[in-house]
Design a binder for this molecule. Structure first.
Ligand code: UDP
Length: 242
């Protein structure tokens, strides 16, 4: 791509899983991974694209997982949401220390001593100012996931694309780890993804994006430059569209 390359989008919502933050560690936040994510986001901001981020919490706590067995589900889910606040703070801190990047964290759960609450017009204002907005605490409700938060916030801010960063570089016909013959879809419709029972996002998130005709692109978190290529409209990962 040349320096004249124009982004295909003006506003995007990037969903990062908490587990991606672990890198090869067993849990927690890997510094190197955070720095790489910040570099990827900086490249896209430099193109003039408005970037909002939703980050998961699976690296610290997952409400439905083993560690929470026997716990009240809603309580466990609130712990999961608080975990996303920690990840959001770590990511925003790393962004704010990078020259040319400014980030704001907005939480769906009121913890005003720590982060400001999510207020939609304020979020839109920050985005227009070129600040990266990190939406923390998921949807603020138990029984949901941060995928759903990504779809919800994506729709609310009028994002043109939800980017789901995963360990795999797109959606495959079968699990590429188990089936070497699996091939990557470059694009497919929401209906095709449903018929083929491809787990793109959880059902609530998927339904919301489908209803709102908000396309999703699944791409690799580990591939350098992949985020920029997606934003430039290149063939990267898999596009799911209405
Ligand atoms: N969570 C929730 N409501 C939300 C978002 C998240 O209850 O709107 C909780 C839920 O327990 C979930 C945990 O937070 O397991 C971490 O979120 P998620 O599993 O989506 O993180 P990721 O898989 O992306 O790391």
């Amino acid at each position: 791509m040349t320096a004249t390359a124009q982004p295909a989008y003006t506003r995007i919502l990037l969903k990062l899983s908490g587990e991606a933050l672990m890198g090869n560690d067993a849990f927690g936040i890997n510094r190197g991974v955070i720095e790489r994510m910040v570099s990827d986001i900086a490249e896209v901001i430099e193109l003039g694209v408005q970037v909002a981020v939703v980050i998961g919490g699976g690296n610290i706590f997952r409400g439905v997982a083993g560690g929470a067995e026997g716990m009240d589900r809603a309580t466990a889910d609130y712990m999961g949401m608080l975990a996303t606040v920690m990840n959001s703070l770590a990511l925003a801190d790393a962004m704010n220390r990078r020259e040319g990047l400014t980030a704001r964290v907005m939480s769906a759960i009121d913890i005003q001593q720590v982060v400001e609450p999510y207020v939609r017009p304020k979020a839109l204002q920050y985005l227009e100012e070129g600040k990266v907005v990190v939406f923390a605490a998921g949807t603020g409700n138990p029984f949901f996931t941060t995928d759903t938060a990504a779809a919800l916030r994506g729709a609310e801010i009028g994002a043109q694309l939800v980017l789901k960063a995963t360990k795999v570089d797109g959606v495959y016909t079968a699990d590429p780890v188990k089936d070497p013959g699996a091939t990557r879809y470059t694009q497919l419709t929401f209906d095709e993804a449903m018929v083929r029972n491809l787990g793109i996002m959880d059902a609530t998130a998927f339904a919301l994006c489908r209803d709102q005709k908000l396309p999703i692109r699944v791409f690799s978190i580990n591939k350098p430059g992949a985020l920029k290529r997606v934003v430039l409209g290149e063939d990267e990962g898999t596009l799911v569209y209405a």
